[in-house]
Structure formats: C-alpha cells, structure tokens
Design a protein around this ligand. Sequence first.
Ligand code: PLP
Length: 451
Amino acid sequence: MSSERLERLLKRTFLDYQQTMEFLRAPLVIDRAEGLYYWDVAGRRYFDAIGGIFVAVLGHRHPRVVAAMQRQLERVTFAPPLHGIADVTLEFVEKLGAVAPGNLHFVKAFSGGSESTEAAMKFARQYFKQTGQPGKYKFVSCYAGYHGGTFGAMAASGTGRRKTKFEPQAAGFLKTFLPLHYRDRFATWEEANRFAAQAFEDLIVAEDPATVAGVMLEPISNTAGIVTPTDDFFRLLREICDRHQVLLIFDEIITGFARTGQMFAAQTFGVTPDMICAGKALSSGLIPLGSMIAREDMADAFWGSLEADVQFAHGHTYAGNPLACAVGSAVLDEILEHDLCGKARALGDYLAQRLESLRALGVVREVRGKGVLRGVELVEDPVTNRPFPPDRKLGTFLKRTALANGLILRIDPDWFAVCPALIAERSDLDEMVELIERSLRDALDLMAHAA
Ligand SMILES: Cc1ncc(COP(=O)(O)O)c(C=O)c1O
C-alpha cells in the first residue's frame, strides 16, 4: 500500500487511544499472525510479547480453537436471542462456571470487556433493588484503574487521560487509590497494602454503606502499571465488603485465564469475589468474547414468574453468540487439558528472573506481577527511585525502539508490561527478553541524542 493511500485511509479512522499522526512515523500494518508472531505487510516479523493486547493467551490462531470455530461455522452462527439459546452457549456457561472460584456459576457471555463490566454493575444494582436494599447503587473503584470505554465502565475507570475529555461523568462512582500510590509513605509494602485496604472501608463508611453496591477492581491493575497487591490486601477487602454488604467485583479481563498461575487471579490471591468480569484471553483473539460471572445464589433474586418481572433487564444482540461460545469453550478445554495454569507458574518464575536481569541497565525500579503477567517500572535513578522527568520518559522512546526491533509490548511512559502466550517455552522468553534489552538500550541511546 502506498504511503499516500495509507495516510488517507488512516485519516478516515482512528487507532485506540493513539495519535494517528504519531502512528504514521512508523505505521504497523498487520498482514498475518501465527503463534507468538505477527508479520506486517512488508513481511517483517514481530515478537508479540503481549498477545495483541493481553488477548492471545494460546498464541495467534491456535489450531484447536480455529478448528472449533470452523466446526461451529458449519452448524449455526447466530441464535435468536429473544426466542432461544444455542446448545454451545449452554455448554460454555457450564464450562466457565466450573472453572470460576466458589459458587460463581451464573454466567452470561458478551462481546468484550466493557459489555461485561457494564453488565456486572447493572446486575449488582438490580440485585439490591430485588433483595430489599434498593438504596445501594454506588460503586467504589480505583484511580488509575481501567474497566472499559463505554459510559458506565468509563465512570468506574480512573485513568484521567481517558476520562476528563468526556466529563461530566455519571454520578455514583467513587474512587480511592491502589496500594502502589502509598508505597513510598510506608516502610513496607505490606503496610501500604493494609492502608490502601482500610481506605476502601473509610470511603464506604463515609458514603454510608446503605448506598454502596459494589467495589470493582482489577486484581492486578494494568493501566496503573501491573500493580500487584498482597494476598492480605484482598483478604481485608473481602472482609470489608462482607461487613458492609458490598459486592466485591473483580475485573479479570486482563488477569483471567491461567496467566497469573490459576484460571483467575482470584484463585491466585486466594479470595472469592461475588462477581467476575472476563474478556480478552477468553477467545485467545479469534472473536470478540467477554463474560459476566456471578454467585449462583445471587441469580435467585432474578428467578420468578412472568408477572414478577424480575429477570435481569439486560441484553446485547451478540451476547452469548454461538460462534464466540464455541471458541471460548475450546480455549478453556485447551487450558485445562494442558495444565496451562501450572505452565504459567513455572514459566512465570523464569520470566521474572530474566526480567530482573534488566536491572543491569540501571533504569529498573521494580519487576511486578504474577505468572506470565509481568510489569517493569522504569526510573532515572534506581537508587533514589527518581522517575524520569515528564519531558524525557524512557517509555516514550521505548515505544519507537521496540517496534523497530520487531517487538510488541505494552508500554507506558514509566513502565512496560509483557504477557507472553502460554505456548511459549523458555527459549522464546529468552528471545523476548533479549529483544526488550536491545530495545531499552536503543531507547536510552535515542533519549541521549534527543537531549
Ligand atoms: C481491565 C480491563 N477491563 C475492561 C476492559 C475493556 O475491555 P474491552 O476493550 O474488551 O471493552 C479492558 C480493556 O483493555 C481492561 O484492560
């Protein structure tokens, strides 16, 4: 494609959360993908260290999942949502419920993450209306967290750059801070976590628990920089929610499906929430798919006669789509049959070790995460922990050098994250970390010359 045509076409669309003019400096136009790699239209290969965007947990175009989709294409691709449900959708409900923690067996499939978080919040509000506490409607979430781009999900999100342009936000969404926000004010990480958990309770009490429906958070927050709280933080949060009859809702759209070492991060941290929102890896990138998973006993509040009119007043045209559910079931089967949770734990330890070796570059403050979901915080001085100044962020340069080295990462100005597909072996991680190291060195060079 000529550069004129490319520019003309890019001007007719937009890239997610990106400035198209900046993208045009080195536009990545994808031609194909397989396993751990992408190829662009010029035939250049890229190591995909992030599964597209935390999606391709089994790598791109996994043969088993492609075959499941092809089989379903030959049967039915759309069931009439107001009249019936596909058998594969029911199978998916059973499979996803079976791998969720506790009695989280109530499942509704949607077409992505934002639909799932929106639905979870609507479900929580209607649940309280039908169980004698109609005044509970507020949600508590975190600054720097992300729950999606639609209006309710955006209101629950706390990333300034993605919110302020659309203010005013919906009412009833309250925010507090993740433990990372407090870390430098306490002697230990454990204390910062306990303080952050207590702040949730202080907020709920100050707002009046009779008005608070739920706490929504990502067990490991990506947009905040792979913030990884302690098990104790989640134990305390569970106790706080129980004390005030507030639902604990985990947004596992990034942390779900084996990558943290268990099917869900809830299991990794040893806490059972009341609801889970899933997406991304659930289809390993074949088709849009998300899900809302809730305690089965919560669903009792929605069970009644036609006259009672208590059904969940919600739906989407493509919700529970048979093609997507056939794909989701195949992904779950593959994870279970090959113990990819165990593989994520083993590979994750090795990955953490390899990323720690980047400290030799003198710009790493911390390596965080669980399993194969890892983040690396970048600072100008790792002794004093002084960050790079706002106009010279290493991540900004890394964005350019990583692509030039054939590497796709999740990069923020002050950190980067990886989440390699679980088809990777140690040698693939070696290749990935070598590319990261080379890209960081190039970024430091580029920054030095830009100064
Ligand atoms: C934690 C989290 N929640 C929700 C979403 C929204 O999902 P989607 O983009 O599929 O709507 C995302 C997307 O990046 C996410 O990372």
